[in-house]
Design a protein around this ligand. Structure first.
Ligand SMILES: O=C(O)CCC(=O)C(=O)O
Length: 295
């Protein structure tokens, strides 16, 4: 159960995107801040429309790849790994019946789309590379920003699965750690449809797990510190369409199942500093003709 008494630091989004000293201090302290009204609602609608077109063009018979958000385990590894330089679709675990057929329309069965829309699709590129976001990232002290990963998360009504508590630097690791997450509310998100939840200040503790690719190509997650993530101390990050939640790569976060009859679409972008080293063991690797890019 989320901690109802506490709230996360929130601010009206600065017009030019640049965080004030007060906002930056709040981010450094909590590891997360919410910026109200960062993105225009019509830009969110345009992203949603473009996503519908991509889903319409996707043939679900071409893939049976799930994302188990309950265990944060990826099933169907080859397809997943290729999606680091492509646009892949991943179903909810509960999307299929015993015969292996989709229980409902593909539009209501997909967990997420990822992970390179921002470098492949012109509209996602435009949404991800605004001057305001570039200014925001600069004000967070990122000198050589690289937009490494994008995900469109559907969290469909009733079957949209729980995302267990985790830290994103586990999956998007640099040396030193520089990952920052940007979570854009495309629909209104509240506790009924599974908004994000964060453990304030939890980013000050160590990274607990590290995910990497072995020499044989398998994806493995090692426990590197067995301290608990304290998910019982999480605080909901309710967000309206257009709000942006920014979070540190070590910030423990999660989201509950969507128990409502409403969708909960969100777009997340992860940025690292190109001055840090991107290990060859990270699951996400780009071919020479599609290198990571900044703004
Ligand atoms: O949108 C969600 O429910 C989870 C997103 C998430 O965990 C992430 O962007 O790192």
């Amino acid at each position: 159960m989320a901690n109802e008494k506490l709230s996360l630091p929130e601010f009206q989004a600065p017009e030019d995107g640049r965080l004030s000293v007060e906002m930056r201090t709040a981010f450094d302290e909590a590891g997360v801040i919410v910026l109200r009204g960062f993105t225009e609602r019509r830009a969110c609608e345009a992203l949603q429309t473009r996503t519908s077109e991509l889903v319409d063009a996707f043939d679900p018979r071409s893939v049976r790849s799930f994302f188990s958000s309950r265990s944060n385990v990826q099933l169907g590894d080859d397809y997943f790994i290729r999606s680091g330089a492509d646009i892949g679709f991943f179903f909810e675990e509960d999307a299929f019946d015993a015969a292996g057929d989709l229980k409902q329309d593909k539009r209501h069965s997909i967990n997420k789309m990822g992970h390179a829309m921002h470098d492949i699709d012109p509209l996602f590129d435009e949404f991800s590379r605004t001057p305001e976001l570039a200014a925001l990232v600069a004000s967070l002290g990122v000198e050589h920003p690289l937009l490494v990963q994008s995900m469109y998360i559907f969290k469909p009504p009733r079957i949209g699965g729980e995302v267990v508590c985790h830290q994103d630097s586990t999956y998007l690791y640099t040396e030193p750690e520089t990952c920052i997450g940007f979570w854009f509310a495309i629909d209104d998100a509240d506790e009924d449809n599974g908004c994000m939840q964060f453990v304030p200040g939890g980013h000050k503790a160590p990274l607990r797990r590290l995910n990497y690719r072995t020499a044989e190509g398998a994806l493995v997650t090692d426990v590197i510190d067995d301290a608990p993530l304290n998910d019982h101390m999480s605080v909901p990050a309710c967000a309206a369409r257009g709000d942006l939640v920014i979070f540190h790569g070590r910030a423990p976060h999660m989201s509950a199942q969507n128990r409502s009859s409403r969708p909960r679409h969100a777009y997340t972008l992860h940025i690292v500093d190109g001055a840090a080293q991107w290990p060859a063991q990270n699951w996400l690797q780009r071919p020479a003709d599609l290198p990571f890019r900044g703004f």
